[in-house]
Write a protein that binds this ligand. Sequence first.
Ligand SMILES: [Zn+2]
Length: 309
Amino acid sequence: MTAVWFAALALLLAGPLPALLARARWTWQVPRAALVLWQAIALGAVLATLGAGLASLSLLFTEEPGFPFLARHGVVQTTLIGLGSALVAVVTVRFWVVATLVGIRTRRRRNRHREMVDLLHRKESTGEVDQALLSQTGVRVLTGPGRVAYCVPGVRSRVVVSDAVLQQLTPEEVRAVLAHERAHLRARHDLVLEGFTALHAAFPRFVSSQAALDSVRLLVEMLADDSARRRTGSAPLARALVALAGQPDASAEMPVGSGALARVRRLSESPPPRGLSLAAYVAAALVLGGPTLAVAVPWLEASYRALTD
Ligand SMILES: [Zn+2]
């Protein structure tokens, strides 16, 4: 029964629950707590999948030597359990292979990208903002017509802006954009996204939703916005987001203009109701702790009975 319970939980945590959370708008008010809840759901899905696999395997092999499970439960149930175990094994192996490949490819692409922006960096300054900006380490200015701002995460990270951004945005707005990008780099938001990308790729298509990944990406942007608005205020950041919205840049992992409309709107909203983030943290603890307790409590009870008999 434990195997079926875990399998149902894994499906719930990988499919309907993320779809529900991706549609929720309260998460925008408390992006940090919402991201913790997202991580708890993702980790819970992985643990429940592993739990289902281990529980079904133990059913097949622990009762008595030979195939007593087959004799007792029949062909259909045994086949289902066997298929379930195989699926779990495939998902687990796929996850580690995909995570490794995503990691290698991402780092390789970033190294190339960093070398490129270092080469294209315009060193001479043309204005006051420019001068202050160019003196900061890790900032690279590209010459071109488009308004572009993004970061290249990693150990030797870079913040990249085009000179169109420097010319068309006010110094305050430029500072807001830089604060946003630095927040991504400081908190290593790229690693959070990398984990979700690997999970999304590892789970079968019918349970892993693109909406969940998009929702997590938007929350990461909102988290960086919150960090930037604490430094520069909401108004310059909102103006910068409007100016940079819809500027496509395929090479950037976290382009500053993505999901701009929702992000600008929330910058003018009042603070979230008290207790909302606490509720999200409690939900995260329940998602992770619930399944563990469901397994541990009956096991402890059985052990206790065995010891006291
Ligand atoms: Zn961003």
